[in-house]
Ligand binder design. Structure first.
Ligand SMILES: *[C@@H]1O[C@H](CO)[C@@H](O)[C@H](O)[C@H]1NC(C)=O
Ligand SMILES: *[C@@H]1O[C@H](CO)[C@@H](O)[C@H](O)[C@H]1NC(C)=O
Ligand SMILES: *[C@@H]1O[C@H](CO)[C@@H](O)[C@H](O)[C@H]1NC(C)=O
Ligand SMILES: *[C@@H]1O[C@H](CO)[C@@H](O)[C@H](O)[C@H]1NC(C)=O
Ligand SMILES: *[C@@H]1O[C@H](CO)[C@@H](O)[C@H](O)[C@H]1NC(C)=O
Ligand SMILES: *[C@@H]1O[C@H](CO)[C@@H](O)[C@H](O)[C@H]1NC(C)=O
Ligand SMILES: *[C@@H]1O[C@H](CO)[C@@H](O)[C@H](O)[C@H]1NC(C)=O
Ligand SMILES: *[C@@H]1O[C@H](CO)[C@@H](O)[C@H](O)[C@H]1NC(C)=O
Ligand SMILES: *[C@@H]1O[C@H](CO)[C@@H](O)[C@H](O)[C@H]1NC(C)=O
Ligand SMILES: *[C@@H]1O[C@H](CO)[C@@H](O)[C@H](O)[C@H]1NC(C)=O
Length: 452
């Protein structure tokens, strides 16, 4: 072969590889024909102070003496402070106004295909002495119906179990991790999951509901993992044998390493098993000190490590955000500060949290880095079975609010558009917005030109 022939052959192989590397298919959970591109309806059926601060700041002026200590810190104390009647009345207003069908239409219009809906056990069962109120189920059913009408899939996520599986405010009850410390808590968890399997796992929901997540973020390092695995295993078997669940059973990774679940339920295919990994870059001082370059490299390693294990289970990045700081008020909890400005448990000041929700005062670098961070995550996570952004909307954050990020052009529309990255690498400010196919062809053309 002539040298030109060799060059042409080489380039053609390179081109084919370029194309093939982009079209590799990963296994998808049952009921899905495309990768998950979703948002979570955070702060709706389970309260989170940083998502809807207005429900909590009204307590700040309740007394003249010390304003902060009157603010409830989670849904449990919210209802405890208000009493059942007043709590039910305020939550009913919140449930019926924070989301309506327009949200589902907009979610669809922005190229998304799934909503993950967090709900607490107390929507289905109350323990004696629980201050929680009920009424969420009607809204969950309404959300499923709106999703069906707007061609969106639904994944139901049991976000809080009795005693709390992680002590985070988003489990309903902040503080202790007491889930496994009381037999009633465990039996109530099974009971609630059985109810969810029995109702939402039926065939007549399976056109819309594609996943049931057993428990969100069990805090593995503080729990007995053998017991967590037993609960996952028993719940799966119950879903399969007793309720003939049609949907994928989603297992949150419980803060274990990516490959931890590889052999777990690995011979089970019906219902399918999917692993849910969450990733944020703002909850340790080291992460917060990282440059955008380090963040990009962290994201790529995280995405790649999930890809290594897709042969064992399909897996998604079921929570991520655009945040590069933990500055948003109450992100770490009511009355908790931020690590970033040294007001949490660390003294070290990394930067200032001023103006974090004031778009007019965002610097050029802040805007650019946030969009780069978003693009890199879209690229990396799209190599897995998909991703779910946390959340669709908030009252006043920027980095945790998909809808606002789109409005501010920090989240691409269409989702595949890129301003700064190419295949997960920041591309020095190229703003071509061309797809990979164009780059593959340009590479081929350039090669041919040089070759001849
Ligand atoms: C509480 O009082 C402060 C100071 O008077 C005021 O700025 C703030 O708007 C009040 N908050 C609410 C929720 O009423
Ligand atoms: C008010 O209460 C909070 C939370 O208990 C505490 O951190 C703060 O120091 C108190 N402020 C005053 C002025 O007593
Ligand atoms: C949903 O709520 C928004 C904001 O209040 C409103 O503009 C919109 O018309 C509502 N949509 C529906 C379908 O009620
Ligand atoms: C377990 O929880 C139940 C329900 O809240 C409670 O009645 C019971 O006292 C608890 N048992 C223990 C040992 O804490
Ligand atoms: C599914 O069927 C059950 C009865 O088996 C019924 O109660 C429920 O309303 C149905 N749901 C939908 C969405 O059709
Ligand atoms: C964890 O739970 C298992 C099963 O209940 C038990 O055998 C084991 O002793 C527990 N481990 C610890 C460290 O408590
Ligand atoms: C994961 O899947 C790979 C490829 O199918 C297989 O070789 C490996 O044994 C699996 N690992 C575990 C722990 O099951
Ligand atoms: C799957 O493997 C587990 C052990 O990892 C075993 O206990 C179980 O019986 C197997 N199930 C099937 C359906 O083969
Ligand atoms: C926040 O805004 C104030 C007033 O515009 C400005 O002086 C300050 O530099 C800003 N801080 C940051 C971190 O951008
Ligand atoms: C994810 O990859 C699929 C092809 O597998 C593509 O159609 C889609 O546009 C990609 N999404 C994003 C956000 O890049």
């Amino acid at each position: 072969m002539t040298s030109k022939g060799l060059i042409v052959t080489g380039l053609l192989f390179g081109f084919l590889e370029c194309v093939l590397s982009q079209s590799l298919k990963v296994s998808l959970p049952g009921g899905l024909s495309e990768k998950i591109q979703g948002v979570a309806l955070g702060g709706w059926l389970v309260l989170e102070p940083y998502i809807t601060p207005s429900l909590f700041t009204v307590f700040e002026n309740a007394t003249a003496t010390n304003t902060t200590e009157n603010v409830p810190v989670d849904e449990y104390t919210y209802c405890q402070v208000l009493g059942k009647d007043e709590c039910a009345s305020r939550l009913e207003t919140h449930w019926s106004t924070f989301y309506n069908e327009t949200d589902f239409q907009q979610i669809k219009q922005m190229g998304l295909n799934l909503v993950r809906i967090p709900v607490g056990y107390w929507a289905f069962a109350l323990l004696s002495g629980d201050p929680y109120v009920q009424g969420q189920e009607k809204y969950l059913d309404q959300a499923i119906e709106w999703s069906r009408q707007n061609d969106l899939k639904v994944w139901i996520d049991l976000h809080g179990v009795p005693g709390s599986q992680n002590g985070f405010d988003n489990s309903g009850k902040r503080g202790g991790v007491d889930w496994l410390k009381n037999r009633t808590y465990i039996s109530t968890t099974y009971g609630v999951l059985d109810y969810i399997f029995g109702k939402y796992g039926q065939a007549n929901y399976s056109d819309t509901i594609v996943g049931i997540e057993l428990v969100n973020e069990p805090l593995g390092p503080l729990l007995n993992m053998t017991e967590v695995e037993n609960i996952y295993y028993n719940s799966y078997q119950s879903a399969k044998a007793k309720y003939h669940v049609q949907d994928t059973i989603v297992l949150q990774d419980a803060f274990q390493w990516i490959g931890y679940w590889d052999s777990f339920l690995s011979n089970e295919t019906s219902p399918a098993v999917m692993i849910d990994h969450h990733h944020y870059e703002v909850f340790t001082v080291d992460q917060l000190k990282a440059s955008i370059g380090v963040h990009v490299s962290n994201i790529n390693s995280f995405g790649n490590s999930i890809v290594q294990h897709l042969a064992n289970h399909s897996a998604v990045v079921g929570e991520w955000s655009a945040a590069l700081t933990d500055c948003v008020r109450w992100l770490n909890g009511v009355n908790m500060g931020a690590r970033y400005d040294g007001t949490f448990q660390n003294d070290e000041v990394i930067g200032t949290c001023d103006n974090i929700t004031d778009w007019k005062k965002w610097t050029k670098d802040q805007k650019r880095h946030t969009r780069e961070f978003v693009e890199v995550q879209l690229d990396a996570y799209n190599q897995t079975s998909g991703w779910i952004f946390w959340c669709w909307k908030t009252e006043d954050t920027i980095e945790w609010d998909f809808k606002r990020l789109v409005a501010l052009d920090l989240m691409p529309q269409p989702l595949s558009a890129r301003k700064y990255t190419m295949d997960g690498v920041i591309s020095g400010g190229l703003k071509l917005g061309l797809g990979w196919k164009v780059y593959c062809f340009m590479g081929l053309l350039l090669g041919l030109t040089i070759g001849f």
